[in-house]
Design a protein around this ligand. Structure first.
Ligand SMILES: Cc1cc2nc3c(=O)[nH]c(=O)nc-3n(C[C@H](O)[C@H](O)[C@H](O)COP(=O)(O)OP(=O)(O)OC[C@H]3O[C@@H](n4cnc5c(N)ncnc54)[C@H](O)[C@@H]3O)c2cc1C
Length: 280
C-alpha cells in the first residue's frame, strides 16, 4: 500500500473534513455516538474504496490490479505522538511529509494497494531451537513489475484529484521532498514515491503452500494435510499458494471452515460424540 498524502483546503460548514485528535478525544463526540450512533466517531476511517484496473493491468482474467482506499486522517493527527508509528514512518520520512512543526492541516491519504504482488519474501530458520526467531524478509517491491503497477495506481489518483467532488473541497496532493528532482505527477516521480512511502496491510500468505508433491515448495495437499507427515494439517492463511485479490480475513475463515469439514470427514465417530456442530 502506498501512502499518498493529500491536503484538504476547504471546510464543510466551517468544519474540517478529516478528523483531528481533538475531535477523536472530545467526550461530547463519544456521548453523541453512544446516544445517536452519529457524529465524527461513527466514521469508519476508510470512507471509500474501489477495485481499479490500472493502465498497466494485463491480467488474463481481467481482474483489478489495484485496491484503492481513501483515508481522511493525516498521520500528524495526534501531532506525531503515536499515530505515525502505526504507519511505520521513520523520523526523517515523517518530518519530510509534515514538517518540523507537525503540520496538522486537514488532509489524509489516498491508498493504492497492490493486489497479487509479484515480489515474494522469505522466512529462514536461524536455528533448530524453536525459541529463536526466524528471519523474515518480506522483500517488498523487489520485483520491478510491482513498482510499475504501484506507480500506475498512484497515477490513477490523478483522476480522483481531478474529479468535481475532490476539486470542490480543494483536495490536492502534497508533493514529497524526497522526489523533488522529478516533475510531480511524472512516471519517475511515482516510481520514486514507491521507494519512500510504502506500507504493509498485513496480509502475508503462502508459507505453507497448497500444491502437488511435485512442487518443491508444496507443504499441504488439497485436504490441508502436510505432505509426508501423518495426522498433521495446516489450516490458516499460510496455505494460500498465491495471494487473493483483496483482503485475507474472509478467505482464511473459508479455509478454516473447509478444514473442519475435512477433519469431520476423516473422523466421523469422534465428531458425532464431541461436536455441537453435529447436534445442531
Ligand atoms: C493489523 C492487522 C489488520 C488487518 N486488517 C485486515 C482487514 O481489515 N481485513 C482483512 O481481511 N484482513 C486483515 N488482516 C489480515 C487477517 O487478520 C489475517 O489474514 C488473518 O487473521 C489470518 O488468519 P490466520 O488464522 O492465518 O492467522 P492468525 O489470525 O494470526 O491466527 C494465528 C493464531 O495462532 C495463535 N498462535 C501463534 N503462535 C501460537 C503457538 N505457539 N501456540 C498456540 N497458538 C499460537 C495466535 O495467537 C493466533 O490466534 C489484518 C491483519 C493485521 C495484523
Amino acid at each position: 500500500m502506498a501512502l499518498y498524502p493529500i491536503k484538504i483546503n476547504e471546510t464543510l460548514n466551517g468544519k474540517r473534513l478529516g478528523v483531528d485528535s481533538f475531535t477523536m478525544m472530545n467526550p461530547l463526540n463519544y456521548i453523541q455516538f453512544m446516544i445517536t450512533g452519529r457524529g465524527p466517531l461513527s466514521d469508519n476511517f476508510l470512507r471509500a474504496g474501489a477495485f481499479v484496473h490500472s493502465e498497466v493491468n494485463q491480467d488474463p482474467w481481467k481482474r483489478a490490479d489495484i485496491q484503492m482506499h481513501t483515508y481522511p486522517y493525516p498521520a500528524s493527527l495526534d501531532f506525531g505522538v503515536r499515530f505515525r508509528y502505526l504507519f511505520g514512518f521513520s523520523d526523517e520520512g515523517y518530518r519530510a511529509m509534515y514538517g518540523e512543526n507537525n503540520d496538522n492541516a486537514d488532509g489524509g491519504f489516498l491508498l493504492p494497494t497492490l493486489l497479487r504482488p509479484k515480489s515474494k519474501g522469505t522466512i529462514t530458520l536461524q536455528s533448530s531451537d524453536p525459541m529463536v526467531h526466524p528471519i523474515i524478509d518480506p522483500k517488498y517491491m523487489e520485483d520491478p513489475a510491482d513498482i510499475r503497477t504501484m506507480a500506475a495506481g498512484l497515477k490513477y489518483t490523478e483522476k480522483m484529484l481531478a474529479s468535481k467532488a475532490f476539486k470542490k473541497r480543494g483536495i490536492q496532493h502534497e508533493p514529497i521532498p524526497q522526489c523533488k528532482e522529478h516533475k510531480t505527477y511524472s512516471q519517475k516521480y511515482y516510481e520514486c514515491f514507491c521507494r519512500y512511502y510504502i506500507f504493509t496491510v498485513w496480509h502475508p500468505v503462502g508459507t505453507c503452500k497448497m500444491a502437488p508433491k511435485s512442487d518443491k515448495l508444496a507443504v499441504v495437499d488439497p485436504e490441508l494435510r502436510v505432505h509426508g507427515v501423518k495426522n498433521l494439517r495446516v489450516i490458516d492463511a499460510s496455505i494460500m499458494p498465491t495471494m487473493v485479490s483483496g483482503n485475507t480475513n474472509a478467505p482464511t475463515i473459508m479455509i478454516g471452515e473447509r478444514g473442519v469439514d475435512f477433519i469431520l470427514k476423516d473422523h466421523p465417530v469422534q465428531a458425532k460424540k464431541s461436536s455441537s456442530h453435529q447436534e445442531l
